[in-house]
Design a protein around this ligand. Structure first.
Ligand SMILES: NC(=O)c1ccc[n+]([C@@H]2O[C@H](COP(=O)([O-])OP(=O)(O)OC[C@H]3O[C@@H](n4cnc5c(N)ncnc54)[C@H](O)[C@@H]3O)[C@@H](O)[C@H]2O)c1
Length: 342
């Protein structure tokens, strides 16, 4: 039986999710659309003309008989929306960040506990083929002991993103009045937005519990943001592995850097979405592995439908979303408390 799905928000990223929903049309049907913008709903309507339109998610939840929802609202609306969705007993996939505060995360965790609902964090970059291969090699012990992991996601907001899919529009620069300019609606700045990606990649590769962080933030280019456009976070894990996240909407990935870089006893493993390099200790030239390009948004939606149908835990569940939020919130605390001041 086909799943009945409601799209909660039809903005920029939801259109990327659509590529996934269009791939599973025989297994899941988008039957309802929510957005306060009629123009954004109209973009979806051209693909799902029979879907019912709403400008309020509670209205949709009250009227529609659904199995699952796909949430791409601005950050401050994730928590209230998730609480309503879980109360309704629906499976869900939600864009990052899961929510904005650790209190909100605790609410969501409590509401989900004991339920058989699938709650998936839309951590699309966890589907990078090179990252999945790196995880496999680490888990098999091929690298020996892991020492330190660097994970970076840097681009200039408003300019086309390196590695963008053909025809993919750049994310708009942050302008006054946008929710991204407003620290209260964001729950912070760039770190709690794009910074989620390198953080979940790092936690995924480390596979251990983070225990301590230090952080520093800056605002260089996105002058209309109330909060930072760039952050660097240091993380220590319970087994002594250390990590560094660098994330920015002000600078491109510094020349020679990689999306992720693992330094281990037997060598260095580093790469991007589709390329992985392995440089054993004392070798100068790395061995290179190339992977077919994948659409990670398509992958995450197909995976979500697989998880709902089979009742299995997602590759990145909401619990992973909570762990990332812990690192990010503690990083903001570190900055706010001025612990790095000289
Ligand atoms: N995975 C990624 O690479 C990625 C990239 C961009 C954004 N995101 C995430 O996706 C989410 C949305 O970001 P976006 O770039 O699509 O933003 P956006 O501003 O393009 O879209 C947000 C949509 O929400 C709608 N909306 C606002 N308030 C609403 C309300 N009360 N009820 C119903 N609809 C409402 C807006 O009209 C808009 O269509 C954020 O959580 C963001 O962090 C993820």
């Amino acid at each position: 039986m086909s799943l009945r799905v409601g799209m909660i928000a039809c903005g920029g990223i939801a259109r990327h999710h659509w590529r996934g929903w269009s791939q599973v049309a025989d297994r899941a049907e988008v039957v309802a659309l929510v957005d306060v913008s009629a123009e954004n709903r109209a973009w979806f309507k051209q693909h799902v003309p029979k879907a019912t339109e709403y400008d309020d998610y509670n209205g949709m939840l009250a009227k529609e008989k659904l199995d699952a929802v796909d949430i791409s609202l601005p950050h401050h609306l994730h928590h209230p929306c998730l609480m309503s969705v879980i109360k309704k007993g629906l499976h869900w996939i939600c864009e990052k960040p899961l929510c904005m505060s650790l209190d909100e995360a605790a609410d969501i965790d409590q509401a989900m506990s004991g339920s058989k609902l699938v709650g998936m964090s839309a951590h699309n970059q966890a589907f990078f083929p090179a990252l999945l291969e790196a995880k496999r090699l680490i888990s098999e012990g091929q690298l020996g002991e892991i020492y330190t992991i660097i994970s970076e996601d840097c681009f200039i907001m408003g300019l086309p993103r390196p590695g963008a899919l053909p025809g993919e529009a750049p994310w708009s620069a942050v302008e006054p009045g946008m929710w991204r300019a407003d620290a209260a609606k964001m729950g912070g700045g760039e770190l709690i937005d794009t910074g989620y990606h390198p953080t979940y990649r790092l936690l995924f590769l480390a596979g251990r519990e983070p225990v301590r962080v230090a952080a520093i933030t800056g605002k260089y280019r996105q002058k209309h943001m109330q909060a930072e456009d760039t952050a660097t976070v240091l993380i220590e894990f319970d087994n002594g592995i250390t990590g560094m996240v660098r994330t920015s909407w002000a600078l491109e990935l510094p020349a020679g850097h990689h999306s992720f870089h693992v330094v281990a006893e037997r060598g260095e493993l580093y790469g991007s979405a589709n390329e992985l390099c392995w440089k054993p200790v004392r070798f100068n030239e790395p061995a290179k592995m190339a992977f077919d390009e994948v659409d990670t948004f398509e992958k995450e939606i197909v995976h979500f439908v697989d998880c709902v149908e089979q009742g299995i835990e997602p590759l990145q569940s909401y619990k992973d979303g909570i762990r990332v939020l812990q690192v990010i919130r503690k990083s903001y605390d570190f900055v706010d408390e001025g612990k790095a001041n000289i």
